[in-house]
Design a protein. Structure first.
Length: 153
């Protein structure tokens, strides 16, 4: 989102600028922490966070076009293409023509993909719990609501 009124931008003295108080820096640090927890929890399944997101979404929904999958998981077309290629290479999803639209194809989880999601789902829940561990239950709820508001603004 672009600032509409640039006159509102506050210019500060660099000596008083506190990087550790800036939203981008804090989000990056929180993401790094979460990524480390994710790797420890699901890394043994050799899934990246984006592969996990795609696979769990396909298992939940049953099937989707590549375009739909990208929208559902907030992946750009190039990223979702690579994720799909890797999941197909591992035999976790299949691609078949969409009977209602010959220009499109549908992605479907294989039994191995479903089994992997079922086996790693407890770890995924534990990863979220570990990421949020520094927060009280009330703070977790508020934090997630605020993140949702920011993510879907």
């Amino acid at each position: 989102m672009v600032l509409k009124d640039l006159s509102r931008v506050v210019h500060t003295d660099p000596s008083t600028y506190a990087l550790e108080d800036q939203v981008g820096h804090l989000l990056r640090r929180a993401h790094q922490r979460h990524a480390s927890i994710f790797q420890d929890g699901i890394g043994q399944a050799a899934l990246t966070p984006m592969q996990w997101a795609a696979l769990v979404t396909l298992v939940r929904d049953g099937q989707a076009s590549q375009n739909q999958l990208g929208r559902l998981t907030a992946m750009d077309p190039a990223t979702v293409q690579g994720v799909v290629r890797r999941l197909r290479a591992r035999g976790l999803i299949t691609r078949a023509p969409d009977p209602s639209d010959r220009r499109a194809s549908l992605l479907t989880p294989t039994p191995a993909g479903v089994a992997l999601v079922e086996a790693t789902l407890p770890a995924a829940v534990a990863i979220s719990d570990a990421t949020l561990a520094p927060l009280s239950p009330a703070d977790r709820h508020i934090f997630l609501k605020l993140l949702q508001r920011m993510a879907f603004a």
